[in-house]
Design a protein around this ligand. Sequence first.
Ligand code: DQA
Length: 149
Amino acid sequence: MHNILVLNGPNLNLLGTRQPEVYGHTTLKMIQDLCVAHGQSVGLTVTCAQSNHEGVLIDAIHDARGKQAGIVLNAGAFTHTSVALMDAISSAQVPAVEVHLSNIHAREAFRHKSFIAPVALGQICGFGAQGYVMALDALAVHLGDGVAG
Ligand code: DQA
């Protein structure tokens, strides 16, 4: 079993009630439960965390080094602004998959830029909560335990 951190950033604690027309009705707790359950089915032990604070997210990424085999990261709005989060991912040397519930490329221009994408294994966006499941599958394949397509 590999350990995986599913890390969510600012405002994602409000999922379920936050702009449901954009982000759906699924709560963060539902997403986290889904990640733990799906992780078990593909040989991943999933730990979940969320913070509205950039430094706390950076600390969580640093802590993942040597403990977690991968990170699923939805950095929320910090995606579009944070060189510090980009540097944290680069420095931690833990493979990360970037996830967004919404299709950031179909939204406002400022959301098209991601500081995470250049240092991530890949980016999954636009598939709602299912994107987290897809990210876990991608990490399972990357780590050699999943069924390659
Ligand atoms: C988001 C997209 C971001 O642009 C936004 O700031 C969020 C959520 C998503 O999951 O679609 O907070 O990361």
